[in-house]
Design a protein around this ligand. Structure first.
Ligand SMILES: Cc1ncc(COP(=O)(O)O)c(C=O)c1O
Length: 446
C-alpha cells in the first residue's frame, strides 16, 4: 500500500479523521522512509520522544529475536525471568541507584497510574487512609487513562471524560507568563494543602516537562519549597519521568538535576526505545518498606508487566546506552543544540522562547503583533507547523493547548541520542526553513 492514507480509505480508526497519514515503510538511523520513497529526518524520536537509539539497531533487534525464540511471554503473577531480573538489577545500579525497587509495565500511562496507586497504597499501609488526593501543576500531561487524565489540570484535554475523573487539586505552572520566580506556585500549593485538610497523598509532576511545556522546569526555589512542605505535610513526591527517563535531558533522570529527591518515579518511552512497549515505576526504600511491613501486596497489574520479551529489549537498550556513552553525549551536545536552534529561529517574530535541556527542546510561539499573546486558536498553528515541517523533510511534534489558558502553540524537538552533528544540523536547518514559511503564512492570515 503506497501513498497517504485518509480516513475514508482505511479500516483503522485514526486519531484525527480529517488528517492524512503518510505510510511509513521503514526507518534507517534517524530517517523515516515512506512507501512513496520520501525520506524524512526524525527530530522527535518517532514523534513521541521514544526512539532514542534510532531505527534498525542490529543488537536490539537481535536481543528481541533471541528472547522471542526462547520465550516471549508469561505472566509475572506466576513467574519471573532472567531478563526481568537482570534488567531490574542493572537499571537500579546504572540509572537510579537511589531507588529500591522497580515494577515493569508497558507504557507511560500505565507507569503513572501504577505510581498513583503505589502512593495511595503507601499512605493506607502507614495507617493514613484519609490521604488519597493529588496536587499537581496544571499544563502537564500524564497519560490517557482515567487516573492519569485527572492529574493534568487541563479541562480541554479532560473533556468529555471529566465525569469519570477524581477531583484532584492543581497549581499554575511557574512559566514566564505566570510566575517566573516560582513563589506564586508555592503560595498556591499552600492554599491547596490547606483546602485538602490532610487528605493529600502525593504531589505529582513532570520535573522537566515534555510536550505540555517542552523543556520547562520550575526554578530551584520551587523544588526547595516543595521539599520543605513534603516533610511538614507527609505527602509523597512522584515524578513523571516517562519522557525524561532515561537520558533525554542529559542525566539518567531529570531528578538528578534538581535539588529534590522524588519518592516514586515513573519512566517509559526510551526504555524500550520503540523496540518494545515498556515502562516502569521505581520507588525509594521507605515506600517499599511500608508495603513490606504492611499487607505485603501490591497486586494490581497488567498482562504484559515485566514480560521476558520487553525486559530483554529494555536490557539491550540500557546496555547500548551505557556502551555508547549516550547520556554523556546528550549532556555534552545539548547546550550547543539549544544555542543553534535559538540562532536559527529565535529572531522570528512568532517565536517567544526557545528552551532546551539535553535533547529535549521546545519553541514557544506567540502572536507576532504583540510578541506575547497566544496565536488565534482557529489558525491551528500546531497542524500547520507539523505539516510544513514534514514537507521540508523533518518530523517535529507541535501542541495547541490555548483552550486551557496556560500555554499557546509550542513545537517540540527531541532527536535520537545517537544523532550525529550533521543530523542535528540538518534537523535545525529544515525546521528553521519550515518555521519561516509558517511565520509568513501566519502574518498573511493575521
Ligand atoms: C510526560 C508524559 N507522561 C505520560 C505519558 C503517557 O505515556 P503513554 O502514551 O506511553 O501512555 C506521556 C506521553 O506522551 C508523556 O509525555
Amino acid at each position: 500500500m503506497t501513498g497517504t492514507i485518509t480516513s475514508d480509505r482505511t479500516s483503522v480508526f485514526p486519531r484525527f479523521l480529517d488528517l492524512p497519514y503518510p505510510n511509513v515503510e521503514r526507518g534507517e538511523g534517524v530517517w523515516l522512509v515512506t512507501s512513496d520513497g520520501e525520506r524524512v529526518i526524525d527530530a522527535s524520536s518517532g514523534g513521541a520522544m521514544v526512539t532514542c537509539l534510532g531505527y534498525g539497531v542490529p543488537e536490539i533487534v537481535a536481543a528481541a529475536a533471541e528472547q522471542a525464540d526462547r520465550i516471549a511471554y508469561f505472566y509475572n503473577h506466576h513467574f519471573t525471568s532472567e531478563p526481568a531480573e537482570r534488567y531490574a538489577d542493572r537499571l537500579l545500579e546504572v540509572a537510579a541507584p537511589e531507588m529500591a525497587r522497580v515494577r515493569f509495565v508497558s507504557g507511560g500511562s500505565e507507569a503513572n497510574e501504577t505510581a498513583l496507586q503505589l502512593a495511595r497504597l503507601y499512605q493506607v499501609e502507614r495507617g493514613e487512609p484519609e490521604r488519597w488526593r493529588v496536587i499537581s501543576p496544571a499544563q502537564s500531561y500524564h497519560g490517557s487513562t482515567m487516573g492519569t487524565l485527572a492529574l493534568n489540570g487541563r479541562s480541554a484535554v479532560q473533556e468529555p471524560y471529566a465525569p469519570y475523573l477524581a477531583n484532584h487539586l492543581h497549581i499554575s505552572p511557574s512559566t514566564w507568563r505566570f510566575d517566573p520566580s516560582g513563589e506564586a506556585a508555592l503560595r498556591e500549593l499552600d492554599r491547596a494543602l490547606e483546602e485538602a485538610q490532610g487528605t493529600v497523598a502525593a504531589f505529582f509532576c513532570e520535573p522537566i516537562s515534555a510536550a505540555a511545556l517542552p523543556a520547562y522546569s520550575p526554578p530551584d526555589a520551587f523544588w526547595l519549597g516543595l521539599d520543605e512542605r513534603r516533610r511538614e505535610h507527609g505527602f509523597l513526591v512522584c515524578f513523571d519521568e516517562v519522557v525524561t527517563g532515561f537520558g533525554r535531558v542529559g542525566s539518567w533522570l531529570a531528578a538528578h538535576q534538581l535539588p529534590i529527591e522524588p519518592d516514586i518515579v515513573a519512566v517509559g518511552k526510551s526504555l524500550g526505545a520503540g523496540y518494545a512497549p515498556l515502562g516502569g515505576v521505581m520507588c525509594r526504600r521507605h515506600v517499599y518498606e511500608a508495603i513490606e511491613a504492611g499487607s505485603g501486596e501490591f497486586d494490581l497489574g497488567h498482562t504484559w508487566d515485566g514480560a521476558p520479551l520487553s525486559t530483554a529489549v529494555g536490557l539491550a537498550v540500557l546496555d547500548a546506552m551505557v556502551e555508547k556513552g549516550l547520556v554523556d553525549r546528550v549532556r555534552e551536545h545539548g547546550p550547543r543544540l539549544r544555542e543553534d536552534l535559538e540562532a536559527a529561529v529565535g529572531s522570528l517574530e512568532i517565536v517567544r522562547e526557545v528552551r532546551g535541556r539535553g535533547f529535549l527542546l521546545g519553541v514557544e510561539l506567540v502572536d507576532p503583533r504583540d510578541g506575547g499573546s497566544f496565536l488565534p486558536v482557529e489558525l491551528q498553528v500546531d497542524e500547520l507547523v507539523d505539516q510544513i515541517a514534514f514537507e521540508h523533510g523533518v518530523l517535529v511534534t507541535s501542541t495547541h493547548p490555548q483552550a486551557d489558558g496556560m500555554a499557546g502553540d509550542q513545537v517540540l524537538l527531541a532527536p535520537a541520542y545517537v544523532s550525529t552533528d550533521d543530523d542535528l544540523s540538518q534537523m535545525i536547518e529544515r525546521f528553521s526553513a519550515a518555521l519561516n514559511v509558517v511565520e509568513r503564512k501566519i502574518k498573511a492570515a493575521l
